[in-house]
Design a protein around this ligand. Structure first.
Ligand code: NAD
Length: 367
């Protein structure tokens, strides 16, 4: 199988690092790498050549590749360049952009979206969302510490004592829990809020305090994802978050609703009452943000509070993020490719549920 990767546009990560290219080559595949694909992730072309990767131009990659892996879906104009029968693996977010499936079906290709692989134990090694969210959660705290004009840990010095930073984390999914662990390591005092009561134990086991708001809806049909809450609950939640927010030095927000706009958790008025120099990192910025004043992709200062809207933080640590991503991809490719040949077992739940289009036929079932 000729597996191919491109140089990602506007992202320093690369879909396959040399470590994984080596493994794929040992398993009867050939890997085609666009010139400079790994450069920004500190994997120059020679590292790929050392493990028998073939460095090629973009045009040759389109012509000769059979299975393509990308972090971001390619631009529309590129789709006609794929040969009939090509297999494409990427992250298409079809739950947020359902129209993309019909568009992809216009081409005689087979498309898999790794962001809809079911989040079951057996698929954990392929879970790119978790790998990237975990990296983002870690970086959110580092980014907050870098912008905070105050210390994170408690400092005792001859000039007196400085209290530790108070950190509030809204949303304790994968990113939120990694942020809790990182903020604790830096010496912050951490409180966490999430509508899913199931995370209370996980939060407490990391040494943080769980902020309780009674009456949250948990829906088993949502497969672990959060669901929209009642108006009554939302009012209680707003009051509680208000109280906690104005006492915080750092707030990291990660709350998402799959396929819907992110819930608004921090209003303009709350930000106005926060301490000057406090920092908000909004990881939900790309779906509208959890803070009313967030501007996606920007660092802004409002009412003396620094607000950073960034849902693509994992790209700021391209080396390890690429390594984790590649390992997830490798585990997924092991299902699709056997002995260097494409071998799609449609009885396999992971293959079936992550396929958007097979040879031009829509396979995605939104339900
Ligand atoms: P996510 O990115 O969808 O959301 C982040 C967090 O925000 C979630 O914890 C969610 O409950 C919370 N949230 C949503 N609305 C909120 C609100 N109004 N106020 C406060 N918090 C709110 O979450 P995720 O990190 O992708 O995780 C989603 C689920 O998938 C979790 O149950 C997680 O444990 C599960 N998961 C399972 C596996 C696996 O078994 N393979 C792997 C990863 C994640």
């Amino acid at each position: 199988m000729r597996i191919a990767i491109f140089k990602e546009s506007q992202d320093d990560r690369v879909a396959l690092v040399p470590e994984i290219v080596k493994r794929l080559e040992q398993e009867k595949n050939e890997v085609l790498v666009e010139e400079g694909a790994g450069e920004a992730a500190y994997h120059p072309d020679w590292q790929y050549q050392e493990v028998n990767g073939r460095i090629e131009s973009r045009d040759i990659i389109f012509k000769e590749g059979e299975l393509f892996v990308t972090l971001h879906p390619l631009e529309n104009g590129d789709w006609k360049k794929f040969s009939k029968g090509a297999v494409i693996v990427s992250l298409f977010e079809p739950y947020a952009h359902p129209e993309i499936v019909e568009k992809l079906a216009q081409y005689a290709v087979t498309v898999f979206s790794m962001d809809i692989i079911p989040r079951v134990t057996i698929a954990q090694t392929m879970d790119v969302l978790s790998s990237m969210q975990s990296t983002a959660g870690y970086l959110a705290v580092i980014e907050a510490a870098r912008h905070l004009p105050r210390y994170f840990p408690m400092i005792t010095s001859a000039a007196g004592t400085i209290p530790p930073a108070k950190v509030l984390i809204l949303g304790a999914g994968v990113a939120g829990l990694q942020a809790v662990a990182t903020a604790k390591r830096l010496g912050g005092v951490v409180e966490v809020f999430d509508t899913r009561a199931a995370v209370k134990e996980q939060v407490e086991s990391l040494g943080a305090k769980f902020v309780e708001v009674e009456g949250a809806l948990d829906d088993v049909k949502a497969k672990g994802y959060a669901v929209e809450q009642t108006e009554e609950y939302k009012k209680r939640q707003v009051a509680k978050i208000h109280e906690k927010a104005i006492a915080s030095d750092v707030i990291i927000t990660t709350a998402q609703l799959r396929g819907k706009p992110a819930p608004l958790l921090l209003t303009k008025d709350m930000v106005n009452e926060m301490k000057l120099g406090s920092v908000i990192i909004d990881l939900a910025a790309s779906t509208g943000g959890n803070c009313e004043l967030t501007e996606n992709g920007k660092v802004v200062k409002k009412y003396g509070v620094i607000i950073i809207g960034n849902s693509n933080l994992a790209a700021d640590m391209p080396m390890h993020a690429s390594q984790l991503f590649s390992r997830n991809v490798y585990n997924f490719l092991k299902l699709l490719v056997k002995e260097g040949e494409l071998n799609l077992d449609w009885e396999n739940e992971i293959i079936k549920s992550s396929c958007l289009v097979h040879q031009g036929k829509v396979m995605y079932n939104q339900a």
